[in-house]
Write a protein that binds this ligand. Structure first.
Ligand SMILES: Nc1ncnc2c1ncn2[C@@H]1O[C@H](COP(=O)(O)OP(=O)(O)OP(=O)(O)O)[C@@H](O)[C@H]1O
Ligand SMILES: [Mg+2]
Length: 376
């Protein structure tokens, strides 16, 4: 059992508070990823859990025990950093054995633990090598091995893959996913990379300026972002956001008026809001299609076409001057300067209040991540 609970955790450096009362309830064996813009507090939060920084106020519980005052070595955690800093003059084996020997483990124990970690990480053929004779990905695996041999209850990773090239990142990402399944340990993982976050996480914490914006499953965050920050932070290219005005609405659907562009329907509940209220319409590029004039919801002029092979990103300037990015199929033929129509399904729309808080979605798209009904 290794739950990690943060209760109103705050951190100040001098007089500046950088973590503003964070509450998180991380379950045993959960894989939780922290994402957020640079400087939002991801590393600081991880370092507070590790005990590398003191908590200014609030409680940190690991496995049900308050550990605020425990030194890092007594918390049952192991941390892996972006810069893996292996001892250059020691073999892979000795790098992994170092912490255990220092902790007074017997040679037999050291050998057992190191061999087991090497097996898990497929480092067995490399145990006698020096770090300089390893690839970046192999060195990062040794750094993870040093964490594994300590048999921690909780693994903390701070951007462990960011020094690796694209192909190695993908490979090592898969290894970390496998490691999580094999180790049955709780893992907290910081990354800038959305794909890492979406593919590795059981749940994602989106941080912004020292606050938690949302804590939920990857699909929850994608389909039901609680606010515009989360909606636009996850997804690439980012969600299109247009200023609009609320029109007529029912419980299930609202008309939204866009300046100079026309009206569209969105499957969202705007209960209690009066027509004429300013709102924002959110549409993900992958949910828009190029369409001919009579089926289109909007039209505009193509500004730029980015060809990605399997799809094109078509940047369209609508009459009001806003830019809408459409992810079109790879066989779509459009040219810069051309007039195009854009179609979108009301069920794919997101609606935000003027303060950025999401309005509840009512269409089937919002149910995508709901638990599957029991099969009989
Ligand atoms: N030791 C420190 N003293 C003063 N301020 C600090 C200290 N460590 C971090 N900060 C500040 O706390 C804030 C959060 O920093 P942190 O390193 O946690 O961000 P981050 O989300 O990990 O960013 P990045 O994605 O760039 O790694 C920043 O404003 C940073 O300048
Ligand atoms: Mg950081």
């Amino acid at each position: 059992m290794a739950t990690v609970v943060l209760d109103e955790v705050r951190k100040s450096f001098g007089s500046v508070e950088t973590i503003h009362g964070v509450n998180l309830d991380i379950q045993d064996r959960e894989f939780v990823v922290f994402v957020g813009p640079s400087g939002c507090g991801k590393s600081t939060l991880l370092r507070l859990v590790a005990g590398l920084e003191d908590i200014t106020s609030g409680d940190l519980m690991i496995d049900g025990n308050r550990v605020n005052a425990l030194p890092p070595a007594k918390r049952g955690i192991a941390m892996v950093f972006q810069s893996y800093a292996l001892y250059p003059h020691m073999s892979v084996y000795e790098n992994m054995a170092f912490g255990l020997r220092r902790g007074g483990a017997s040679n037999a124990d050291v050998e057992k633990q190191v061999k087991e970690a090497a097996r898990i990480l497929e480092l067995e053929p490399l145990l006698d090598r020096l770090p300089k004779n390893l690839s970046g990905g192999q060195r990062q695996r040794v750094a993870i091995g040093r964490a594994i041999v300590r048999d921690p209850k909780v693994f903390l990773f701070d951007e462990p893959l960011s020094n690796l090239d694209a192909a190695l990142r993908v490979q090592t990402r898969l290894e970390i996913a496998k490691l999580h399944r094999r180790m049955d340990a709780t893992m907290i993982y910081v990354t800038h990379d959305q794909v890492e976050a979406m593919t590795l996480a059981d749940r994602i914490v989106v941080l912004n300026a020292g606050n938690v914006e949302q804590f939920g499953t990857p699909l929850d965050l994608y389909h039901r972002p609680e606010n515009q920050f989360v909606a636009t932070f996850l997804g690439s290219p980012t969600m299109n956001i247009l200023d609009a005005t609320l029109g007529e609405a029912t419980d299930q659907s609202a008309r939204v008026m866009l300046p100079d562009t026309g009206d569209v329907s969105v499957a969202a509940s705007v209960q209690g809001m009066t027509p004429g209220t300013p709102v924002r319409l959110g549409m993900r590029p992958e949910h828009l299609r190029l369409a001919d004039a009579n089926t289109a919801d909007f039209s505009g002029t193509v500004d730029v076409v980015e060809e990605l092979g399997e799809s094109h990103l078509v940047h369209v300037i609508v009459p009001h001057g806003d830019r809408i990015v459409v992810r079109a199929t790879g066989d779509a033929r459009v040219k810069e300067g051309e007039n195009v129509g854009i179609a979108f399904d009301p069920n794919d729309g997101h609606l935000f209040r003027a303060d950025g808080v999401s309005l509840p979605r009512t269409g089937p798209a919002s149910e995508t991540d709901a638990p599957l009904p029991t099969q009989h």
